[in-house]
Design a protein around this ligand. Structure first.
Ligand SMILES: *Cc1c(COP(=O)(O)O)cnc(C)c1O
Length: 446
């Protein structure tokens, strides 16, 4: 392949494209990726120099098996020979049917006496799956005399960027002030106390406040939605499973639905297949996405029980949603192959990342500008006492051999599950270099 004219492409990128959360007048630094293999990206600079770095982000947490994976390539290529896409309205195909069966098979079912999640709605992105989950919950009550229209969640969450999911994102982090009058008004319980085992007094106080908010609005609440165990893009916060159990009890007492958004936590990221498994709760509705296709193609899904699907259909006629690319055969075929690759061995390995990450990152706790270091499953987070200097942190990490994408006060990694111990060591060196690059001038080594 000829070497691309990187300088020209980057200039054109700046002139014509939007990047995520980007300003056209003050564009952030954007780097050029030429290809990717295993857990590594090949970057090319505008002077033509190329370098390989580990992808400590798994491309926003989805490329769990790394890149250019033979099994996933083969699944995509085989499906391309049949068809890349057909509409899902009135038609079906083998990849979708088999993915439906597979999703039902792998769905969390830690509570033996709760309905199994046996029906899947295939959506084209995580945000759309949250839209669909919220629509499902609202449709359950839509035909009532006084329909329940409100959703309760906890502060600090992230559920996507389209408007209805934005309404349940953290009101400050989700910039609700920009959208006043546009977003539906939802209910926000306080931020859950930090840590897998919260301080008992803090937990009691949180429960009291949450219960009183819930009871005040119980007859308006259609559903509770949370990211179980780990709040991702809202702040990489690990919290006590007891908070999720408590919210579930409140919702069930008052006839509301429980929605787990496992778009980030699913597929082994937090150390169990689903965060729901560790919490011991089977939700009424489950959103999954990100790692579903191993980072190859965009796809998400919403699972619910057959009972709930029937209730929605009897009360409102149909599930009113139907994306153009719903059930895309290419995505379904790759998702099937990706789920097959995520066997016990790979899951166990990912669950053990936390120990390795903790060993390497623990020394950072000693630094005055580090507020916290936390790990869970295949997630490692360093929280600073101030906002990250993103350009300095990213450059330092790349020099140490890994690509990171810090935000707010957080420098973190969610590595591909195929990383070796050496790869994890390099990733931690890169995170460490990034943390040092953000030290106040008075603390930096000369
Ligand atoms: C990423 C994410 C979403 C949104 O998914 P997209 O595919 O980016 O639309 C929703 N919820 C959670 C928990 C996420 O991490």
């Amino acid at each position: 392949m000829p070497t691309p004219d990187v300088a020209r492409l980057l200039a054109s990128d700046r002139d014509h494209l939007w990047h995520p959360y980007s300003s056209a007048t003050n564009p952030a630094t954007t780097r050029f990726v030429e290809s990717a293999h295993g857990p590594r990206l090949t970057l090319r600079d505008d002077d033509g120099a190329s370098r390989e770095v580990l992808d400590a982000m798994s491309s926003w947490w989805c490329a769990i098996h790394g890149y250019n994976v033979p099994e996933l390539n083969a699944a995509a290529e085989a499906q391309l020979q049949r068809m890349s896409h057909v509409m899902f309205g009135g038609l079906t195909h083998e990849p979708a049917v088999r993915l439906g069966e597979k999703l039902v098979e792998i769905a969390p079912a830690p509570e033996a006496d709760r309905p199994k999640l046996t029906r899947a709605f295939l959506a084209d992105s995580g945000s759309v799956s949250v839209e669909v989950a919220l629509k499902m919950a609202l449709q359950v009550f839509a035909a009532d005399d006084r329909p329940r229209r409100t959703v309760l969640t906890i502060r600090g969450g992230y559920h996507g960027d389209t408007l209805h999911p934005m309404s349940v994102c953290d009101p400050d982090g989700g910039m609700h002030s920009l959208w006043r009058g546009t977003l539906p008004q939802q209910l926000f319980a306080p931020l859950p106390p930090a840590g897998l085992e919260a301080d008992p007094d803090e937990l009691e106080a949180w429960k009291r406040e949450t219960a009183s908010l819930y009871r005040e609005h119980a007859d308006e609440i259609a559903a509770v939605i949370v990211e179980p165990l780990l709040q991702g893009a809202g702040g990489m916060r690990i919290y006590d499973p007891e908070c999720v159990r408590f919210l579930t009890t409140l919702a069930r007492e008052h006839g509301a639905l429980v929605i787990f958004d496992e778009i980030a936590t699913g597929f082994g990221r937090t150390g169990t297949y689903w965060a729901a498994d560790r919490i011991g709760i089977t939700p009424d509705i489950l959103c999954l996405g990100k790692a579903l296709t191993g980072g190859y193609l965009t796809m998400a899904a919403v699972l619910c029980s057959d009972d709930l699907a029937r209730t929605i259909s009897e009360r409102t006629g149909a599930m009113m949603h139907g994306p153009t690319f719903m059930g895309n055969p290419l995505s379904c075929a790759v998702a099937l192959a990706s789920i097959d690759l995520l066997d016990t061995e790979r899951l166990t390995r990912a669950a053990e990342f936390a120990d390795t990450l903790d060993t390497h990152l623990a020394p950072l706790r000693e630094l005055p500008h580090v507020a916290d270091v936390r790990t869970l499953g295949a997630v490692g987070v360093v929280e600073l006492t101030h906002d990250v200097d993103v350009d300095a942190a990213t450059a330092a990490a790349l020099d140490a051999g890994a690509w990171i994408r810090p935000f707010r006060r957080l420098i973190y990694t969610m590595p591909p599950f195929v990383c070796t111990d050496d790869d994890l060591g390099t990733i931690c060196e890169a995170v460490t270099a990034a943390v040092h690059a953000c030290a106040p001038a008075s603390e930096q080594a000369p």
